[in-house]
Design a protein around this ligand. Structure first.
Ligand code: ATP
Ligand code: MG
Length: 323
């Protein structure tokens, strides 16, 4: 049995790209009985960039509600909030003292911002060490990451290696990264990759009316209604393909190629597809956001289980270090 650990950022309500590209695949992986999964909301990392308490709190709830609404099984998966495990900040200190300064100075995440050093806080500089700790504290075997996180995983392995070397003992487990080769890229309403920072997202977790308006904003070309259209260059079709059945996709393709089928029709079908496919998660999301104590209950249950794994690792390290 492999212990898989995944961290998720608390950056607000997940959009369709996050759901199809990250959340649904992770839930499937977590539901595989061969694995033991830990999944946490990295809300301490959030403080490196967001300082408003209300925003941090709401974002954390929104992310948790989305995962729960989309069917994360919290019996199988240990689902918790990073900030509910304060031990991780203690252990990060120990790791810091074994982390070479140049290694952090070379991190892409820091280098990208090093031309504006006055904007960089020490927390942002230290981001990879807290991340290493999130992983090492739970003796994780496998960490699924995107290419952008590859360097952070190598640093995690290096930090663990350095501590083990110094102590002359296999004190921390060096995790393996796992890369999903065929990650999907969901296009946004303008055809670019859907991203919060591009402002081109489709947000499922809003009212029907707003979701419809959101879908109607998808950018299309100016081919007149009666003319045949090329589905493969159309943003509406590209998104529809990701959420509809093969049969439904084939039908829409025929409609495009036949002519007399406008982009408005296609958008309406996409809207209905999203509305119906996600009707249960959308309702459940709203219920959870209106009843946050239910989210708290789930996360506290997860934190208790996570601590049972993390505390002995921290004790082991403390003892080895002479504390
Ligand atoms: P930002 O604009 O701040 O980068 P984002 O909207 O791109 O935010 P991330 O926080 O970068 O979202 O990504 C969260 C997860 O969702 C990652 O696993 C990422 O690979 C996945 N993801 C994000 N956007 C897409 C997309 N358009 N298609 C598929 N997966 C995506
Ligand atoms: Mg991104």
């Amino acid at each position: 049995m492999a212990r898989i650990l995944t961290g998720i950022q608390a950056t607000g309500v997940p959009h369709l790209g996050n759901i199809l590209g990250a959340i649904e695949p992770a839930i499937n992986l977590a539901n595989d009985p061969k694995n033991e999964s830990l999944l946490f909301i990295a809300n301490l990392h959030t403080l490196t960039s967001i300082k408003e308490p209300e925003v941090i709190r709401e974002n954390t709830y929104a992310v948790a509600a989305a995962w729960l609404a989309l069917g994360l099984n919290t019996e199988r998966t240990i689902f918790y909030r990073q900030s509910d495990i304060p031990e991780v900040t203690e252990m990060t200190w120990y790791l810091n003292c074994f982390t070479p300064f140049p290694m952090l100075a070379n991190a892409h995440s820091f280098k990208d911002k090093s031309d504006r050093l006055s904007d960089v806080n020490a927390g942002l500089f230290d981001y990879p060490v807290l991340m290493a700790c999130d992983i090492l504290m739970y003796d994780a075997d496998i960490v699924p990451v995107g290419k952008d996180q590859k360097q952070h995983l190598e640093m995690t392995r290096d930090i663990a290696g350095s501590i083990n070397h110094n102590l002359g003992k296999e004190t921390l487990k060096q995790p393996e990264a796992s890369f999903d080769e065929n990650v999907m890229i969901v296009p946004g309403i303008d055809g670019e990759k859907m991203s919060k920072s591009y402002g081109n997202t489709i947000n499922l977790f809003q009212t029907d009316k707003k979701l419809r308006k959101n879908v109607m904003k998808i950018v299309t070309d100016t081919t007149p209604l009666e003319k045949p259209k090329n589905p493969d260059t159309c943003n509406v079709f590209k998104i529809y393909k990701l959420v509809a059945s093969d049969e439904e996709v084939a039908t829409m393709r025929k409609n495009y190629e036949a002519g007399g089928y406008g982009y408005g029709h296609a958008k309406q079908e996409l809207y209905e597809k999203l509305r119906d496919r996600y009707s249960e998660p959308r309702e459940r999301f709203q219920h959870l956001m209106d009843n946050k104590h239910e989210i708290d209950q789930e996360l506290e249950k997860g934190a208790k289980r996570a601590r049972e794994i993390g505390r002995p690792v921290l004790s082991r390290l403390r003892k080895e270090l002479g504390y």
